[in-house]
Design a protein around this ligand. Structure first.
Ligand code: BES
Ligand code: MN
Ligand code: ZN
Length: 497
């Protein structure tokens, strides 16, 4: 979607008018609305036919003065940038062909953040995944375009804010494209090839692929065990942004199970198709790298994605197997469906040992238990550092992507390390607290920094996006399918804006 800025007070296409509850006429600041259209809007408002409740819309089509869509912002004293972002998204969600493809938004505010948020909501929501549909010639889709009308003095700043939002949106949309891609086309090396192709677009990014043979050589026992049963072999993809910058930097790690059948511990058939989005963590990492590169971020960031397809096969791993991971620690595999933690054990270890990580955050559609705990409304958030956990929680709140603090208790760690024959076990003792035991398991693979008494585990957070990466019906920024959640949280956390 093309979003431009203008201070000319003229309307291109359909007028979009965001209004606060209680508005009885067109705001006086809105100059340039044709008289016929203005009086029709005033009549509707004066009669109380449109109350401007948050996200209510009304379209006024056949007047001489042109078309208009009214969009409610709710109560003025409650309106913040989230309100504007949701209103922008609502306009696109309710957009019909007869509204036309061009829109001009007139605001009753000169708050640049509010206007940019409205544009951001429009851009985020303007997404559909139809690569696999035959193009219908009659129904040729023309791109939506929107013009934000503002004061002359605000145009440059608003334009810059919208450009940045467009860059970030490109990362969110990339994450969704990857998550929505069917699993026959999205397999580990296909993801790697997309990453390599992407790296050609920027001079300051690098992508390294550790393929199956190399992973075996390096001793990535978790990644290899999960992926070996598939004819689509596993790999690890490492993204580096601004690799020439010195000093500590964030390292992001993503679970990339391109399809999770459960393996020999086979899942039941119902809704198994949805397990194509079990690579949502890797899509979050890739999408974030795109968002950061596109906005011109100039510091170093590394992303590590652990790609594998979890299949049952003659050469698949078995429940009962003991595997040795990159860290040297062994895992008793009690259930092959708890595979995400196995591939992440190698990714986390690599993150903390091969890089000078300021902090590590992993993203994973890790447990059904997290969906039981938090539904589709919030991501589960665990960390070995409370201040860091709070920073992530706040970055999420700031962009409307909720991440809820969850406990890393010593008892859960004990539960995951009391295997009779290995250092760790990939299954808890019972099914209770399954999201917490999974987090406690991951913690065993976060390296320490420093020697002896000085040794301290690297700052780390785990985000379980099983409920928020997919099927989040109340997320207004997306219609259906992959949500692309947390690309915006990460940009906020990493860049501070
Ligand atoms: N990918 C699933 C978790 C999942 C479930 C994501 C539902 C999205 C929606 C994960 O690999 C898994 O199978 N987890 C098991 C763990 C169990 C065997 C300890 C689960 O949640 O049942
Ligand atoms: Mn699984
Ligand atoms: Zn999984």
């Amino acid at each position: 979607m093309q979003v431009t800025v203008s201070s000319g007070n003229n309307i291109n296409g359909t007028l979009v008018l965001p209004l606060f509850e209680g508005a009885e006429s067109v705001p006086e600041t809105n100059e340039g609305i044709p008289t016929a259209l203005k009086s029709q809007i005033n009549r509707v408002l004066g009669d109380g036919d449109f109350k401007a409740k948050a996200n209510a819309t009304m379209s006024l089509m056949g007047t001489e003065g042109g078309k208009a869509i009214l969009i409610g912002l709710g109560k003025e004293d409650k309106a913040d940038h989230h309100t504007y972002r949701k209103a922008g998204a609502t306009i696109v969600a309710s957009h019909k062909k007869h509204h036309g493809n061009e829109m001009t938004v007139f605001f009753d505010t000169s708050d640049i953040e509010a206007m940019a948020s409205f544009a951001e909501g429009m851009m985020l929501r303007d997404y559909s995944y139809d690569h696999y549909k035959m193009a219908d010639e009659d129904d040729e889709k023309t791109e939506l375009s929107a013009r934000m009308n503002c004061n002359e003095g605000d145009a440059t700043a608003l334009s810059a804010a919208i450009d940045r939002a467009a860059s970030i949106t490109s990362g969110v949309h990339l994450s969704r494209d990857l998550g929505n891609c069917p699993p026959n086309d999205m397999y580990p090396m296909a993801f790697a090839e997309k990453a390599e192709l992407w790296a050609k677009e920027y001079d300051n990014v690098k992508v390294q692929v550790i393929d199956y043979e190399a992973a075996k050589r390096h001793g990535m026992g978790g990644l290899v065990a999960v992926g070996m049963g598939s004819s689509r072999k596993p790999c690890m993809v490492i993204f580096t942004l601004n690799g020439d910058q010195k000093g500590q930097h964030p390292v992001l790690v993503g679970k990339g199970i391109t399809f999770d059948t459960g393996g020999i511990s086979l899942k039941p058939g119902a809704n198994m198709d949805e397990m194509k989005y079990d690579m949502g963590g890797s899509a979050t990492v890739f999408g974030t790298m795109q968002a950061l590169a596109s906005c011109g971020y100039d510091k170093k960031v590394v992303g590590i994605t652990c790609m594998a397809e979890n299949m049952p096969a003659a050469n698949a791993q078995r429940p009962g197997d003991v595997i040795k991971t990159l860290s040297g620690k062994t895992i008793e595999v009690l259930n092959t469906d708890a595979e995400g933690r196995l591939v992440l054990s190698d990714g986390l270890w690599k993150a903390g040992t091969d890089f000078d990580a300021e902090y590590i955050i992993d993203f994973a559609t890790l447990t059904g238990a997290c969906v039981v705990a938090l539904g589709h409304e919030a991501t589960g958030l665990w960390s070995n550092d409370e201040d860091f956990r709070t920073r992530i929680h706040e970055a999420g709140n700031a962009v409307g992507e909720l991440a809820w603090p969850m406990p890393l208790l010593p008892a859960f760690e004990k539960e995951m390390t009391d295997s009779k024959i290995a250092d760790t076990r990939n299954l808890g003792a019972g099914r209770y607290g399954g999201a917490n035991t999974a987090a406690a398991f991951l913690k065993q693979f976060v390296p320490e920094r420093g020697e002896g008494d000085e040794a301290k585990q690297i700052t780390w957070a785990h985000m379980d996006i099983a409920g928020t990466y997919w099927g989040a019906k109340t997320n207004k920024m997306v219609g259906n399918g992959a949500t692309g959640i947390h690309v915006r949280t990460l940009v906020k956390l990493i860049t501070g804006q």
